[in-house]
Ligand binder design. Structure first.
Ligand code: KG4
Length: 340
């Protein structure tokens, strides 16, 4: 008999539901919340309200696109955390209620493990090579920057992580500082394609081991722009593309230096990326180029699976389900990874 898993994701500002059958994706529906755009960032109260409005139509649409009746579901996987508590509460409560109504198990998923396992979402008619365990994943999003050794779909070892800001935050804050809009990553990525990455230099942090730091480089951009604008008020407008290209290159250099170090230290040659920043075209090109140079096998998640989506939650939940994990109905969402 097939295992049919409904995945639910509501950790931040995307309400998403997906259905997978025996690891193969049948549907993946995402309702993004436009309401935050004018605020220059996600407003938690508005996010949870929008999730409440979206969750029923999104789940119904996912089931209908998959051609699956609720009674055919085997289990419901949901994001327990980390994320915004109010947002997580909507997905968690919905999963519990639906699981109870259908009398099927619910399985909690760590959102970050979902991002890491995005490479394992199988799609009918698309043969995709999968990394072999253990492999390295550079997990880069708005809330995290980590190098993770993925031992199995259920076993993860964090080799290094940011001691302050996440790299996605650095992209977002750079964009905000330059008055370019939110979310900053895609905007900077686009402008960087038209700029010279070698035009300006930003100081790299010196952090021991495999950890990252992105707060210093953000401040260095702030001072750089402030000083140049004092000399020439048109500086930013006239150099937007070059600033974005140089800043993006600096961030990618920082990310890649430690990833190369991690691969050297562990001897692991299968390397993946995951999380919202893994959509960055400069980072994707650089990973492939470094991989070619160093004899790595590199794996890039499809663009649609880089940002928050329920397909990755469903696949992660599927592995937990197969391992016999079931989550009790008194489970509460958690906002921080340390509490997971
Ligand atoms: O994983 P994600 O969707 O949300 C969480 O943080 O959980 O990641 C969002 C982050 C934002 O900081 C956004 O600016 C960044 O991913 N991002 C990008 C790109 N697309 C999204 N950063 C760089 N280049 C991109 N193309």
């Amino acid at each position: 008999m097939s295992d049919i898993i409904l995945g639910i994701e509501s950790s931040c500002d995307d309400t998403s539901a997906a259905v997978i059958r025996d690891g193969y994706l049948l549907s993946n529906v995402i309702a993004s919340q436009e309401v935050h755009r004018s605020f220059g960032g996600v407003v938690p109260e508005l996010a949870s309200r929008a999730h409440e409005q979206n969750i029923v139509p999104v789940v119904s649409e996912a089931l209908s696109r998959a051609g699956i009746k609720p009674s055919e579901l085997t289990a419901i996987a949901f994001t327990r955390g980390p994320g915004l508590l109010g947002s997580l509460l909507v997905g968690t409560s919905f999963a519990k209620a639906m699981g109870l109504a259908l009398d099927i198990p619910i399985v909690m998923v760590n959102h970050l493990q979902g991002h890491i396992l995005a490479n394992f979402i199988r799609q009918e008619g698309k043969a995709v090579e999968e990394p072999a365990f253990p492999y390295l994943c550079l997990l880069v999003s708005g809330g995290n920057s980590q190098i993770v050794k993925v031992v199995s779909p259920l076993e993860f070892e964090i080799l290094g992580q940011t001691i302050d800001d996440a790299v996605g935050e650095a992209f977002d804050k750079c964009s905000k500082m330059m008055g370019l809009g939110y979310p900053g990553g895609p905007i900077i990525d686009k402008l960087a394609k038209q700029g010279d990455p070698y035009k300006f230099k930003f100081a790299k942090p010196h952090i021991p081991g495999l950890d990252y730091s992105f707060s210093g480089i953000k401040t260095s951009l702030l001072y750089f722009v402030r000083d140049r604008m004092a000399e020439d008020p048109q500086f930013m407008e006239n150099n937007k593309e070059d600033i974005c290209a140089s800043f993006q290159k600096a961030l990618i250099d920082i990310l890649m230096d430690k990833l190369i170090k991690a691969a050297r230290q562990t001897g692991i040659k299968d390397v993946t990326i995951g999380g919202g920043v893994s959509a960055n075209s400069g980072l994707r090109e650089r990973l492939v180029a470094e991989g070619r140079k160093r004899g790595w096998r590199t794996f890039l998640p499809e663009f649609k699976f880089t940002t928050d989506n329920a397909a990755m939650i469903a696949i992660a939940g599927y592995y937990h389900y197969l391992a016999g994990e079931r989550t009790p109905l008194d489970v509460a969402p958690v906002s921080r990874i340390a509490d997971f």
